[in-house]
Design a protein around this ligand. Structure first.
Ligand code: GLU
Length: 414
């Protein structure tokens, strides 16, 4: 039984192993020397369980997969308004290293293309920061996301800097429009060092899972980011994470994702899991050729697509209404989000409660969200205001503090 998920992941890798599409990138020397056959996949759940197959211990440079995390760090420390002053959130429809800025204003279109990522890197630790201090803040933050000390690959930095003309010209352009303050060389060095932090797909799966988990690192339990920050970073990845292929990706895989030129892809199913793949051959869109195939299969097999209409919730949310002496016991079940709570409220409002106590039994809830909880607590408050005695059966504290909008607490049934 233990082997079920790893066996499935191993089969998934076997399904793409013979695919030789794509090329190793040559413009960064260390990537040209990578083993093209590396192939791996790791999943990390919201309770920090890791499931892997293939090359999950190989270290490689994070490259563009660093961008959503650096963006999240900037949002966390500076806030959305300040970050939005320097970088937008619209897909550019151009290559990752295009010389593009928004038509109106001088902002790069989004933080997932190089112009945007160089700009975001610049504002971390304040625009007056040295390159060294800034990269240290980023390295430290990425290490906490991964749950281990990560390091910068100095050989990778040196090799990329030797041929960084395109990124240097981007930095000159950004500086000429006063988007960044650093000398072009320093700005590119800082960004290149960010891209050269070494990770494995196990690290990336945990880092991705932290975003999917609303900012709590699922293995260490440390809160590293606010929910809204994760939401923002995931949303921007959904439209801009997979370069020119972002539209196709959203249609076929359907989850926020980010790829990098070293062959990694991360994908996040919000509230459920983080996933990472490694396969170094890159397709014409700049994405790992086999990585894309693995995610397509994962999404299909596991029903991960966010637009899937299969995950209907709550049409049978009231399981039973029974009587016990003076008490009416309403047992609810399943997933209580807005839709689930709506169906509970409908049944409660149509039911003819006799005088006496109304007891809501939530012990069969699989899950609830804030909205769902608020709605059912509000329904209880109204029943109380209509003159009923109210109570809940809630052994797993599904209703958290049980506080209603008026500040009163719904009593537990003794
Ligand atoms: N450091 C790389 C560059 O800026 C990252 C590109 C990528 O991963 O797509 O060219």
């Amino acid at each position: 039984m233990d082997q079920l998920i790893p066996d499935y992941l191993a089969d998934l890798l076997d399904g793409v192993r013979d695919n030789n599409e794509g090329e190793l990138p040559t413009y960064i020397p260390i990537l040209a020397e990578a083993n093209p056959d590396w192939l791996g996949v790791t999943l990390c759940t919201m309770d920090g369980n890791l499931h892997s197959a293939g090359d999950d211990d190989v270290e490689f440079t994070i490259q563009s997969v660093s961008k959503p995390f650096a963006y999240a760090l900037a949002l966390q420390t500076l806030g959305l308004d300040a970050v939005s002053e320097v970088v937008g959130m619209e897909p550019s429809g151009e290559a990752f290293n295009a010389m593009s800025l928004e038509e109106e204003g001088n902002r790069p279109d989004n933080p997932m293309i190089n112009a945007g990522a160089i700009t975001v890197n610049q504002i971390i630790n304040g625009t007056g920061s040295t390159v060294e201090d800034r990269v240290e803040v980023i390295r430290e933050f990425f290490s906490r996301l991964a749950g281990r000390e990560l390091e910068v690959d100095e050989v990778a930095v040196e090799g990329e800097m030797a041929g960084a003309d395109r990124n240097l010209s981007l930095a000159h352009m950004l500086r000429s429009f006063d988007v960044i303050a650093d000398e072009a060389h320093d700005a590119v060095l800082s960004y290149t060092r960010q891209c050269s932090i070494k990770v494995t797909i196990k690290d990336l799966a945990v880092m991705a899972a932290t975003l999917a988990n609303g900012g709590v690192q699922p293995v260490t339990g440390e809160r590293l980011l606010d929910e809204e920050v994760c939401h923002q970073s995931l949303a921007v990845m959904a439209s801009c994470g997979m370069y020119d292929a972002a539209g196709r990706w959203m249609a076929r895989v359907g989850i926020p994702a980010k790829s990098g030129v070293s062959g990694a892809v991360i994908g996040m199913l919000p509230g459920q899991l983080g996933a990472a793949t490694l396969s170094p051959r890159i397709d014409v869109n700049g994405n790992s050729a086999r990585g894309v195939k693995i995610f397509e299969a994962l999404s299909k097999d596991m029903g991960m697509h966010l637009m899937s209409t299969e995950n209907r919730a709550g049409s049978q949310a009231v399981r039973s209404i029974t009587h016990n002496g003076e008490e009416t016991i309403v047992k609810v079940q399943g997933l209580v989000n807005f839709t689930g709570a709506e169906s509970i409220l409908r049944v409660l409002s149509e039911y003819d409660f006799e005088d006496g106590r109304v007891v809501l039994d939530v012990s069969n809830l699989i899950e609830s969200n804030k909205m769902g909880r608020r709605m059912i607590k509000e329904a209880m408050r109204r029943l109380r205001d209509e003159g009923h005695d109210i109570a809940v059966i809630d052994p797993d504290s599904e209703l958290k503090h049980r506080l209603m909008d008026d500040g009163e607490q719904i009593p537990l049934k003794k």
